[in-house]
Each structure stands twice: as C-alpha cells, then as structure tokens.
Design a protein around this ligand. Structure first.
Ligand code: ATR
Length: 262
C-alpha cells in the first residue's frame, strides 16, 4: 500500500501541499498519497490521532494548529523548539515527533535564487510567528546580523530576548518600524500586512540589496517598493516549495531539487 500523508488546517482548501508532494513523488518514485484534512478548531488532537492510528505516515500542519502541534509532540527538533511551532509530524515507535521546516524552506528558497546568506546583514520586518521560525535557520546559514523591525517595538524586543541565546554567533537587534533605517544585504517581509492588504511604507533612506516577501499570490506594497528601487525580489512560493521539500526529506529520506519545482 502507498504511504499516506495529509495536511491539516482550518481553512485548508487553499493548501497547495498535495500537488507539491505528488509532484515530488512523481519525480522521485516514492509511492504516496497526500490529502487535505479540515479539522474543527477544537478537533485537532482527535484528528491527528485518528490519522496516525489508521496507519498514516506523516502530516503537515498549517494555520491555526502549528502551536497546538508543538504542544502535543513528545519529541521535538531543535528548530521546532526555537520556533515554538510544528509544521511536520510523524510517528516513530508509537511516539509523535515534530519538526518545523518553514524556516529552512526560506533558506533553501533564497539559496535557489543564488542570493548570499553567509556573512550578511538581514532586516526582517515583523515579529510574529513567521519571524520566530526563520531566525535560527538564517543564523545557521551564516547570517552575521539580523535586525527585527516591528510596528510594536516591544514584540521585537521580546523576540530578541527569547532568541539571542539560541543564535550566539549572530547580532540580533530590535527596532521600531517608525525608525527603520540602515543598509542591508537582504530584507524580508514577515508581517501579515500583505495578507490583509495593508500598505507597508519603506523609508527612502533605507538601503537594501534584495527583498523577499514571505506571503505569496497577494498584492504587496513591500514588493512594489522594492521593485521600484530596481533590486532583485522574490515572493513566498519558493519558501512554500522549500518547506514541503524538507518535510518530504524527513519522511522519505530523499530530497527533491527545489529549482525543478519553481
Ligand atoms: P505570523 O504568525 O504570521 O507572524 P502574527 O503573529 O499575527 O502572524 O504577526 C503578524 C506580524 O505582522 C506582526 O509583527 C505585526 O505587527 P505588530 O506586532 O505590531 O502587530 C505585523 N503586522 C501586521 N499588519 C501590519 C501592518 N499593517 N503594518 C505593519 N506591521 C504589521
């Protein structure tokens, strides 16, 4: 029988994970089926228990269940512990394991663009879960300095306080979006502003060489402004493919080539 995988969320209709995993399977020869599961907001744990007790091999977890998945796992990867969120589940000897591949997905997407990460100064706008999940993988990829700019400064400061020990080799700094300034190799939009259609205003004096928008398929004032400056830009489809490849690798031990799926 083919291996069974699924992505669980609420809503779930928009998820592109099944088509990505089926494309990886076709390329690598892994025999699998991958479905979507809509769980009621109070039904996450019951749903995953049912999936694994019926012989499921692995699950991806999406909004709004990543923190619940984190709380429920018995064994967690280092990067999931730091992210405080889990997007990849599997069972080993009856024990539920959790990892978080979102941040590494971003790193792989940036590498596929041939953008440098080693020894770079990076600006991340936003201080929510998306930012928390990418700091450690960016640090592991060689970032030298990461500045977190947020509308609510206290949230950026809290993130720096929480994460500095996990990335001692990187200089982490928190600033308010109002005082955004400096020169960066890479600027990343990790706010939910593009999802809600809000504009983000980048000051003229802010200097950046490349811009990555983590959201994808939405109009983005962030990307419009970066494009107007003539710098290379990209949006989050590569990250989506990258996190799926990392999950596929955990479950199946084979890593498809990201560039073939962009
Ligand atoms: P996620 O888990 O996707 O990161 P989140 O935890 O709700 O979502 O965080 C959303 C982030 O987007 C926050 O950093 C938020 O800023 P605040 O902490 O000040 O709320 C940021 N954000 C959302 N809308 C924004 C906007 N219109 N302008 C600037 N920042 C915005």
């Amino acid at each position: 029988m083919s291996k069974q995988f699924s992505v669980i969320g609420n809503p779930i209709e928009q998820s592109r994970s099944p088509e990505l995993h089926h494309a990886f399977a076709a390329k690598t020869g892994v025999d699998l089926s991958y479905t979507k599961r809509l769980a009621p907001l109070d039904g996450f744990v019951a749903n995953i228990q049912e999936f694994f007790s019926n012989g499921g091999s692995g699950m991806n977890v999406t909004v709004p269940f990543k923190e619940q998945a984190f709380a429920h796992c018995q064994v967690l990867s280092e990067r999931a512990k730091i992210a405080k969120a889990v997007n990849t589940l599997w069972m080993e000897n009856g024990v539920l394991h959790g990892d978080n591949t979102d941040g590494q997905g971003l790193v792989e997407a940036i590498r596929a663009l041939d953008w440098p990460l080693e020894n770079t100064d990076i600006l991340i706008i936003g201080a929510g879960g998306a930012t928390r999940g990418v700091i450690y993988p960016l640090a592991q990829a060689g970032a030298k300095k990461i500045v977190i700019a947020n509308r609510t400064l206290a949230r950026a400061e809290q993130l720096v306080a929480d994460l500095q020990n996990a990335v001692p080799q990187v200089e982490l700094q928190a600033i308010s979006l109002d005082t955004l300034a400096g020169e960066f190799d890479l600027m990343i939009n990790a706010t939910s502003a593009s999802l809600s259609g809000d504009a983000l205003v980048l000051p003229e004096t802010l200097q950046f060489k490349r811009a990555y928008e983590m959201a994808y398929g939405k109009s983005s004032s962030f990307l419009d402004q970066a494009k107007a400056r003539g710098v290379p830009t990209s949006e989050g489809f590569g990250m989506l493919v990258g996190q799926a490849i990392e999950s596929f690798y955990i479950w199946n031990g084979i890593k498809p080539d990201l560039k073939e799926f962009l």
